[in-house]
Ligand binder design. Structure first.
Ligand code: GLC
Ligand code: CA
Length: 618
């Protein structure tokens, strides 16, 4: 696929060379998972026996397999107390909105006590809420309110690092036991040019730019930080660290959360010999500067095999808790990397890992993406999951340029059709339901550490502020995110006057309405278990069917071209299609109406329009 619109510290790196493909054992997925994976076209029997429609009694799917999981970046969702920063009570106020959207679970980016150097991903107390977001009681209230309307709550678990203000680090600095080795400390090398100074132990680089080592004068050693200097890496060769971090999971499980998104998984373990990393092939040609994270191939600092045992232990803890009441606690994993590296985080039957690692394939979609690129992105996930694996789709997150900005806002509905109607779990970043775009954030307004570190010339390539601008609720001051007169922590995008939840809820033809209909359609058996049949009638036309024996077939057609197009679905999908198909969900720019009949041989779509069709008469 074409490269993402902007390189990003985490996603744009040249990946480390992939180890040989693993011979992963099937994880002990539920019967439902396996049957459904087969139904979804994820063959579990062998490459030549795809007979996805043959299953008799479909197994019941677990909640997370059919779920739409909605990611909230709490700072930017809703400010309830007028300090310009979103908070837990703000989210509680908006539970009705979430319910109407139809989402099944909410994943909150970190809400824990933090000096906010990385806006919550630098945690100084893993089991308390930061005052900016509220209190533990506010958290309990939010959890209760969500549960009362059957929405589950997932938290961000950030195991790779703490804040440098965490008491563990403060004691580690002074070599107070048992914390002396809670972090990765090293003496470094003598500086040949200055005997009074020392140099870092190796050439490792921070994801946020510059060396991954910072000298600590009190301890007289360097400490490792794969992210900001205020985010020292925890030392997972120390069993006490492992134990303490498991206790963090246990704390939140007992408080009632339904699972976790595990942050920055590839970075958990590093080469104990601290060997240098090699230059990344081709980085220079791609405009990567020396000292930028992408300039090295991260074979010593990412995806080390020992990572999998950590995940397995966390999964086991979640599973143990799930067994107490029969409700699955979900573990999703954030891991950018080569496909084989990512797929390994599913684990195997001996040691199950994540329910799924995020599928980042669609992040590469941009305004040059062809139907063939999209097909390859879909295939590369569907064809490479380990047996019993489960697909998931996402279009963006708080670290990536928004999808409507990457592909163009005209394709917002089309992209939602992909992520919500391809087989598997959908993970949605807040605002995607509105077609929200990145907000403009000038250098002077930039607060994101990788953006600040890159300086005024290059910040736009690295800053994640644009995708974090406040949620656009309505056309009042501050887009209804914060009270009038308050200055939000990031500027509200000027588009809020026309792109906002209130207007889109009021008008029958809007991205929000399309999104809600798509979510509702996911409740149907064919959307949950139908086999996937994906076709590319031309470089700018993508069409896919979801087929399930005995019920209707759904067809999604997307025109990526800057001009009108005509799709002949009979030629693409064969003669069994009825002569006419019913429009179930038209994109807002399609000119089509719900219930309208179209000829399956001649589906006309304006530029960038898309439609969901059904073989069933309305
Ligand atoms: C993950 C988060 C990102 C954060 C980083 C360090 O990639 O998604 O926002 O900066 O980890 O915790
Ligand atoms: Ca680490």
């Amino acid at each position: 696929m074409a490269a993402p619109a902007r390189a990003r510290p985490d996603a744009g790196d040249a990946p480390a060379p992939a180890p040989a493909p693993g011979a992963a054992e099937p994880p002990p997925a539920t019967e439902g998972a396996t049957a459904a994976a087969a139904a979804a076209g994820n063959d579990t029997t062998g490459p030549d026996q795809k007979q996805p429609q043959e299953q008799a009694e479909p197994q019941e799917l677990d909640w997370w397999q059919t779920a739409v999981i909605y990611q909230i970046y709490p700072r930017s969702f809703k400010d309830s107390n007028g300090d310009g920063i979103g908070d837990l009570n703000g989210i509680t106020e908006k539970v009705d909105f979430l319910k109407e959207l139809g989402v099944d679970a909410v994943w909150l980016s970190p809400i824990f006590k933090s000096p906010m150097v990385d806006f919550g991903y630098d945690i100084s107390d893993f089991t308390d809420v930061d005052p900016v977001f509220g209190t533990l009681q506010d958290f309990d209230r939010l959890l209760e309110k969500l549960h009362s309307v059957d929405i589950r709550l997932l938290l961000d678990f950030v195991p790779n690092h703490s804040s440098d203000r965490h008491p563990w680090f403060e004691q580690s600095v002074r070599r107070v036991q048992p914390y002396a080795d809670y972090y990765v400390w090293a003496d470094g090398r003598p500086d040949p040019r200055n005997p009074k100074r020392r140099l870092p132990p190796n050439n490792w680089l921070s994801v946020f730019g510059g060396p991954a080592w910072t000298w600590h004068p009190v301890r007289g050693q360097f400490y490792l930080h794969q992210f900001a200097a205020a985010q020292p890496d925890l030392n997972y060769t120390n069993p006490s660290v492992t134990k303490d971090m498991e206790a963090v999971l246990q704390f939140w499980l007992e408080r009632g959360v339904d699972g976790f998104r595990v942050d920055a998984v590839p970075y958990l373990v590093e080469d104990e010999l601290l060997r240098d990393e090699e230059p990344a092939p081709g980085a220079e040609a791609e405009g990567v500067l020396p000292g930028e994270h992408a300039s090295l191939a991260h074979t010593r600092t990412q995806h080390l095999p020992a990572t999998r045992a950590l995940l397995a232990a966390w999964r086991a803890r979640l599973d143990a808790h799930s067994r107490t009441d029969g409700r699955t606690r979900l573990m999703m994993v954030e891991a950018y990397g080569e496909r084989e590296q990512v797929m390994r985080y599913f684990g195997d039957s001996a040691a199950p890992g994540a329910h799924f690692p995020f599928n980042f394939a669609l992040l590469a979609a941009n305004n040059a993406t062809t139907s063939h690129d999209l097909r390859d992105a879909v295939d590369q996930w569907m064809d490479n999951m380990p047996p019993g694996g489960w697909p998931n789709w996402l279009l963006g997150n708080h670290d990536q340029p928004r999808v409507a900005t990457r592909v163009g806002p005209e394709l917002a509905d089309a992209m939602n059709m992909l992520s919500l109607l391809l087989p598997g779990t959908a993970v949605v970043y807040m605002g995607e339901e509105l077609g929200m775009e990145d907000g403009p954030v000038a250098w002077e307004q930039t607060v994101d550490p990788p953006g600040r570190n890159a300086g005024p010339q290059r910040f736009a390539k690295f800053s994640r502020d644009p995708e974090r601008t406040p949620f656009q609720w309505d056309d009042s001051a501050n887009a209804g995110f914060a009270p009038a007169g308050v200055r939000p922590w990031l500027p509200v995008a000027p588009s809020y006057r026309t792109v906002n939840a209130e207007i889109q809820a009021r008008f029958p033809v809007s991205h929000l309405q399309v999104f809600r209909r798509l979510v509702k359609l996911r409740g149907s058996p064919v959307a949950q278990r139908g086999a996937l049949n994906l076709q590319t009638p031309s470089a700018s036309l993508l069409a896919f069917a979801r087929e399930l024996a005995g019920v209707e077939t759904l067809l999604v057609v997307i025109n990526l071209a800057p001009e009108d197009a005509m799709a002949d679905l009979v030629t693409s999908f064969g003669g069994e299609l009825p002569e006419f198909l019913s429009v179930v969900i038209p994109s807002i720019n399609s000119g089509l109406r719900i219930g309208q009949q179209v000829l399956s041989k001649e589906v006309k779509l304006p530029s960038k329009a898309s439609v969901v069709l059904s073989t069933k008469k309305p």
